[in-house]
Design a protein around this ligand. Structure first.
Ligand SMILES: Nc1ncnc2c1ncn2[C@@H]1O[C@H](COP(=O)(O)OP(=O)(O)OP(=O)(O)O)[C@@H](O)[C@H]1O
Ligand SMILES: [Mg+2]
Length: 210
C-alpha cells in the first residue's frame, strides 16, 4: 500500500491555518483520499492534556524552557501514537501546526535559538517530517482584524496574549525556515476568501503531491 502524505500548515496566528486545514481535508476527501486532520499541540489523550497546560491563561509564570519541552512532549506522542500509524496505512495526515511552529515561536519569538530547537524537534519527530509545509501569510493589519472578529466569539488563551512585536519576530522565523528548506515549504497569501485560498492550496497539493 502506498504510504499517506503528510501536509502541515504553518504561519502566524490568524493567517488561516485551522480554516485551510479543514478545507483541504474536505477537498481531498472529495477526491476519495482518506484524510486525518490533526492540530498541534493535541491529537492524543496525553497531548490534549499537555495542550490544556500550555494554553491555560492562568499560568503566567511558565518558563520558555518548560514551554518548549511541553510542546515537544506533546509532539513525540502524536507522532508515534497517531501520525506514523496513519501514514503507514495509507491515510493522509494534515496537521494544523507542527515542528516549524516551535522553531518560529520558541526559537525566534522566545529567543531560544535555532540549533537547540532543531535538536529537540529531531528527537520528538524521529524522522517523521512533513512532505509539504504550507506557510500561510497575511499582512499584520488583516491578521489582527480576523483575530479580533474571532475573539468576539472565543475566549483568549495564554498564547494569544503576545505582542505584535513577538508575532513579527515569529513571522521572521517562519520566513527564514521557508528559505532554509525551499523544497518542503510553499508560501501562500491568504488575503482572498477562504474558498479562493483553499483553491490555491489544492492546486499546490496537486502539483507537489498527487
Ligand atoms: N480568507 C478569509 N477571509 C476572512 N476570514 C477568514 C479567512 N480565513 C480565515 N478567516 C477567519 O479568520 C480567523 C482566523 O482564521 P484561523 O482561525 O483559520 O487562523 P489560524 O491561523 O488557525 O489562527 P491561530 O494561529 O490563532 O489558530 C477565523 O475567525 C476565520 O474564520
Ligand atoms: Mg488555528
Amino acid at each position: 500500500m502506498q504510504r499517506g502524505r503528510f501536509v502541515t500548515f504553518e504561519g502566524v496566528d490568524g493567517t488561516g491555518k485551522t480554516t485551510q486545514s479543514r478545507l483541504l481535508g474536505q477537498n481531498l476527501e472529495a477526491e476519495g483520499i482518506k484524510v486525518l486532520i490533526l492540530r498541534e499541540p493535541g491529537g492524543t489523550a496525553i497531548s490534549e492534556k499537555i495542550r490544556d497546560i500550555l494554553l491555560d491563561a492562568s499560568q503566567n509564570n511558565m518558563t520558555a524552557e518548560t514551554e518548549v519541552l511541553l510542546f515537544e512532549a506533546a509532539r513525540a506522542q502524536i507522532v508515534r501514537e497517531v501520525i506514523r500509524p496513519a501514514l503507514d496505512r495509507g491515510t493522509w495526515v494534515i496537521c494544523d501546526r507542527f515542528m516549524d511552529s516551535t522553531v518560529a515561536y520558541q526559537g525566534y519569538g522566545r529567543g531560544l535559538g535555532l540549533e537547540l530547537i532543531d535538536q529537540l524537534n529531531d528527537f520528538a519527530v524521529g524522522g517523521t517530517k512533513p512532505d509539504l509545509t504550507v506557510l500561510l501569510q497575511l499582512p499584520p493589519e488583516s491578521r489582527a482584524e480576523r483575530l479580533e472578529r474571532r475573539h468576539e466569539l472565543e475566549a483568549a488563551d495564554r498564547l494569544d496574549g503576545e505582542s505584535e512585536d513577538f508575532r513579527s519576530e515569529v513571522d521572521r522565523g517562519f520566513r527564514a525556515l521557508a528559505a532554509r528548506e525551499p523544497e518542503r515549504f510553499s508560501c501562500i497569501e491568504t488575503q482572498g476568501t477562504k474558498e479562493e485560498t483553499a483553491g490555491l492550496v489544492l492546486e499546490l497539493v496537486r502539483r507537489v503531491l498527487l
